[in-house]
Design a protein around this ligand. Structure first.
Ligand code: MG
Length: 255
């Protein structure tokens, strides 16, 4: 069931989204060769504590998971698409890597979710194109997130942009409703057809999150039960914003 948010809810989500975005901005600014994923996790924990907010992922057990997620942050490098764990077997970032930082946060009881992919030093041309195409796919999706449109309008815009740029969207991974919980209805798929799926209505709050792969979009889950990688080990990028549909358009809450 899709739960619509009130004006008051959206005001809280705006403030939460601003805080979520600010932490991500600071973490992205730390990225350089030699930084460890644990450094990012510890910085996130400290920044959340300073502003009196909580990570939505730390201790969260998603449907089907064997154990609670152990970190404040997801940090996914190169062929890792999402849900890389930064504080178990921490990894050192290397020149030429791409790293996705994904933070979902609870502010005054309401949830926001945002992610971005950052270059570690100088990256190759193919990776640069992948990162740019993923960021643009998110913008194209958001441009369709309007009252009266359907979910498939967003999905199609993302898929079309990904494929036109020579990439594939990661299979079986989608965005989601967010706000009262980290994952709510509806699904926000990264592939689909315009005119199909749920009608977009004012008060809907959704996390739109294209995940593009340089190779085929097939995925697998690593033994840790969380880290999702491309099956063919090709690189992947991921950008995400929490977006509220309004009477007249939308608000990017995590910008
Ligand atoms: Mg998400």
């Amino acid at each position: 069931m899709i739960k619509l948010k009130s004006k008051e809810d959206i005001d809280i989500l705006k403030e939460g989204g601003k805080r979520n975005a600010e932490i991500l901005r600071l973490l992205a600014g730390m990225v350089r060769p030699g930084l460890s994923t644990l450094d990012l996790e510890q910085a996130a924990a400290q920044l959340l504590e300073e502003q009196g907010d909580k990570s939505a992922t730390l201790g969260y057990t998603p449907a089907g998971a064997r154990r609670p997620y152990p970190a404040n942050l997801c940090v996914s490098i190169n062929e890792e698409i999402v849900h890389g764990i930064p504080n178990e077997d921490p990894k050192i970032l290397k020149e030429g890597d791409i790293v996705t930082i994904d933070l979902s946060m609870v502010h005054k009881g309401l949830f926001t979710d945002s992610a971005l992919t950052v270059a570690v030093g100088e990256i190759d041309e193919g990776s640069r194109k992948l990162v740019t195409a993923t960021r643009t796919a998110l913008e194209k999706g958001i441009a369709r997130a309007l009252p009266g449109k359907r979910m498939g309008d967003i999905s199609e815009a993302i898929q079309d942009h990904a494929e036109a740029a020579g990439f594939n969207v990661a299979e079986d991974l989608a965005g989601h409703g967010v706000g009262f919980a980290l994952h709510e209805d509806p699904f926000v798929p990264n592939e689909g057809k315009a005119g199909q799926g749920p009608l977009l209505k004012p008060g809907m709050v959704i996390a739109i999150e294209p995940m593009l792969c340089a190779g085929k979009g097939a995925i697998k889950v690593l033994k840790d039960g969380y880290t999702i990688v491309t099956k063919d080990s090709s690189r992947s990028a991921h950008f995400e914003h929490t977006v509220a549909i309004t009477e007249t358009g939308n608000i990017i809450l995590t910008s």
